[in-house]
Design a protein around this ligand. Structure first.
Ligand SMILES: Cc1ncc(COP(=O)(O)O)c(C=O)c1O
Length: 373
């Protein structure tokens, strides 16, 4: 049945329209300054981020992937070093380890929040383990209290992949501030989304911050004297400037996402064959994704109904990392990450972006109720 309401999975146009004049003014300032590399806007952005997150250092980076890569480089991860990673996350969480010659050691996830199962980390730690890399998936933090304890027990640093968790908190403390280094992405679909690629690392550690700043510019200090083999990991001045504009609105974006999630949670409660996501006690969920589980192999049917009703959806992620072709050589054959495999068959993310109208949300709810009553 055609309702005349279209619900794209994600739509940035409205969000951007509301800040168009501010953004264009900022772009015009940067254009006139002709200072495009590590200029004033980057300094302001880094100050904004350090204040918001509550860390001593925040360092703008070229992307979320590069933020993880440079964090691992700063911790000296290299050939045959093992890094504990969740098996259900975006590829970059583990590919960065492999790019440095390291070995990702996959740990299964909990179906309650799709984050790494902290109880299963200990059994994967060996003498070669050099870091625990945790991803906070879909806008909700993993069990950091327990994971930090494990890190301390074995004297292994914890790195947080906060690409999806900007603004998420556990007991009022920001994601990215629990481990040694927090790594953020400002890919346009994130809660704080830029106008292209960009990222950030945050840390309280003086030495790591200094090393990351040097690695960001080809390991160079002083100029043309290369202490490390780094890379060009600089955040772009234009991105930093436009992110400064967007940053002043991010709390409102997050509040709207939370409001949309609350509507879904109430309206979809009790529907057959699905499991709704939940905010774990003590967590502040920022709903970068609203991801339900569709049971009994009904996901295709639900997807078809959404499609027929002009509703966008996405499947994050259709294949766990330990089953990815390129990562198979690194997978311990004894390690079965069965929840991750089940999740990949059941997950379905619904539109949750801040500018969804009540008509659009209602259309999603009505469509799901029609098929899952
Ligand atoms: C969990 C996770 N890690 C890492 C990344 C990589 O970030 P970026 O796309 O900015 O390189 C993403 C985003 O796409 C992500 O969702």
């Amino acid at each position: 049945m055609f309702h005349g309401v279209r619900v794209p999975f994600f739509d940035l146009k409205n969000q951007n329209l509301k800040i168009k004049s501010e953004a264009i003014e900022k772009f015009s300032e940067i254009f006139d300054s002709a200072a495009f590399i590590l200029g004033e806007e980057v300094i302001i952005f880094e100050k904004n981020m350090a204040e918001y997150l509550g860390t001593k250092y925040a360092i703008g980076i070229s992307s979320g992937t590069d933020a993880i890569l440079v964090a691992l480089m700063a911790l000296d991860i290299r050939g045959s070093d093992e890094v504990i990673c969740p098996s259900f996350t975006f590829f970059a969480t583990a590919s960065t380890v492999v790019r440095l010659g390291g070995i990702p050691v996959f740990v299964d996830v909990d179906l309650a929040d799709f984050n790494i199962s902290w109880e299963k980390i200990r059994e994967k730690i060996s003498t070669k383990t050099k870091a625990i890399l945790v991803a906070h998936l879909f806008g909700q933090m993993a069990s950091m209290d327990e994971i930090i304890k494990i890190g301390r027990e074995f004297n292994i640093p914890v790195i947080e992949d906060c690409a999806q968790s900007f603004g998420a908190k556990r007991h009022e403390r920001q994601s990215g501030t629990f481990g040694k280094v927090g790594c953020f992405s400002f890919f346009p679909t994130k809660n704080l989304g830029g106008f292209g690629d960009s990222g950030l690392v945050c840390t309280d550690d003086d030495d790591i911050a200094e090393k990351i700043k040097i690695l960001r510019v080809h390991g160079m200090k002083p100029r043309y004297f290369h202490r490390y083999v780094g890379g060009n990991f600089r955040i772009d001045e234009v991105q930093a400037g436009l992110l400064n504009v967007k940053f002043s609105h991010v709390e409102a974006y997050i509040a709207n996402r939370r409001k949309n999630a609350a509507i879904y949670l109430e309206a979809l409660n009790g529907l057959k064959s699905i499991v709704l996501p939940k905010e774990i006690e003590g967590n502040f969920h920022t709903w970068n994704q609203f991801t339900i589980r569709v049971l009994e192999e009904k996901r295709d049917e639900v997807c078809q109904a959404l499609q027929a009703s002009d509703i966008g959806y996405n499947i994050y992620y259709p294949l766990p990392l330990d089953a990815q072709e390129s990562l198979k050589p690194f997978v311990d054959p004894r390690s079965l990450t069965s929840n991750a495999m089940l999740a990949s068959k059941e997950v379905l993310s619904l539109p949750i972006y801040p500018e969804l109208t009540s008509d659009q949300i209602l259309h999603v709810i009505t469509t799901l109720k029609q098929i899952l009553h």
